[in-house]
Design a protein around this ligand. Structure first.
Ligand code: NAD
Ligand code: UGA
Length: 340
């Protein structure tokens, strides 16, 4: 199988490529990204080609034409940017990805597209279901929703191509996947990364952890190893189990409030020699959403996936508890000096 991974140098892409090169030796990967820093250790493998291309500036039509399956993973996925630069989010997350989908339709290629838990937005269901839950976003002045809308529109376009042109697609919806290399730990500015990296970056830089709006929001964090296991099953697509399906890929057992997450991360950090003295000085403080993100922000108060479909069709189950997942991330940052 010839697999094209656009955004292959990112968090999900880098973990996916590692797993493919380790366990799927009869696949060949072409990876495209504006940066190969996270995958530089993989690039001597004969089963991978890497091209440094900006997909907003340059066409990648020939790469889509030459693959069997394309995973368009390049996107802006940090909420602060949805608020500060919504048009850049639209340009990359929607327009550039739509072009890839159009080429996949043209050349009859399989598309495995990263939708997002964010398409459910402020849906109030206990658990979000792929075919039943409403997609609920806020008013236009709340620019945060441009990411959700961009992804939702692509979901709808891909779905429609499935019906009309028999496009072979799978939509997967990650629910807060976490792991080493999630985001850039070196920048502790407010909103510079997604929450787990942000809190760790705060600790490393001696800055207080900030709870937006009290931190009562719930998220369900999913370990990247569980997530990649699901993605590999989707790519393998045994007996067409993933064809024209939408899957929530998340871990409902790892639901936690952001406030409890902050305490858990801080307590765990104190168990590492390399982080203890820093962590002991950190306070957990509260901050208003508009102060942290600006006035275009609106939050999702509770986000929990219903995953029966992935369990049944993919025969997949997430198994890594949150604490273990956080431990793996901290091991990668602070060394394995954890006093277990
Ligand atoms: P990421 O930011 O780590 O990776 C995105 C990659 O795209 C980066 O390596 C970046 O350099 C690359 N990129 C950015 N602009 C580019 C351009 N113009 N041309 C080429 N490459 C470019 O994000 P991720 O967490 O790996 O997410 C991958 C996909 O999954 C995204 O579509 C994201 O919206 C979606 N997703 C991720 C999560 C999650 O939990 N990580 C949740 C929901 C959805
Ligand atoms: C994320 C991003 O939109 C995408 O990466 C992705 O598509 C999706 O959700 C997902 O991973 O499923 P969100 O979970 O809101 O959105 O983003 P985070 O930055 O990880 O924030 C989680 C929560 O922590 C939010 O309520 C945020 O306000 C809060 N937070 C974040 C704080 O309280 N303090 C901080 O310093 C940072």
């Amino acid at each position: 199988m010839k697999i094209l991974v656009v955004g292959g140098g990112g968090f999900i892409g880098s973990h996916l490529l590692e797993e493919i090169l380790k366990s799927c030796r009869d696949w060949h990967v072409t990876a495209i990204d504006i940066s190969g820093n996270k995958i530089s250790h993989l690039l001597t493998d004969e089963n991978i080609d890497f091209f440094e291309i900006d997909i907003i500036r340059d066409s990648i039509e020939k790469y889509v034409k030459n693959c069997d399956v394309v995973l368009p993973l390049a996107a802006i996925a940090s909420p602060a940017v949805y608020v500060t630069d919504p048009l850049r989010v639209f340009e990359l997350d929607f327009e550039a990805n739509l072009q890839i989908v159009k080429w996949a339709v043209k050349y009859e290629k399989r598309v495995i597209f990263p939708s997002t838990s964010e398409v459910y937005g402020m849906c109030e269901d206990e658990e979000f279901r792929e075919d039943e839950s409403n997609c609920v976003t806020g008013p236009i002045c709340k620019q945060r929703w441009i990411y959700s809308c961009s992804k939702q529109m692509l979901d709808r376009i891909i779905y429609a191509h499935g019906l009309k042109n028999n496009l072979n697609y799978t939509l997967f919806r990650p629910f807060n996947w976490i792991g080493p290399k999630l985001d850039d730990i070196s920048n502790p500015d407010n909103g510079s990364s997604r929450v787990v990296t942000q809190f760790l970056s705060n600790i490393i830089h001696g800055k207080d952890i900030k709870l937006v709006d009290g931190g009562n929001q719930i998220r369900s964090f999913t370990d990247i190893s569980d997530a990649i296991a699901a993605l590999i099953k989707i790519i393998k697509n045994e007996n067409n189990c993933a064809t024209q399906q939408i899957f929530n890929i998340g871990n409902p057992h790892n639901q936690v409030s952001i406030k409890n997450l902050a305490h858990e991360i801080l307590e765990l950090a104190k168990k590492y020699d390399a982080a203890r003295s820093l962590a002991e000085k950190i306070n957990i403080v509260e901050i208003e959403p508009h102060e942290y993100y600006g006035k275009g922000y609106q939050d999702v108060s509770r986000r929990v996936p219903f995953i029966k479909r992935a369990e049944t069709l993919l025969r997949w189950k997430p198994v890594v508890p949150l604490k273990e997942s956080l431990g793996k991330i901290m091991d990668s940052l602070f060394g394995a000096n954890y006093l277990r």
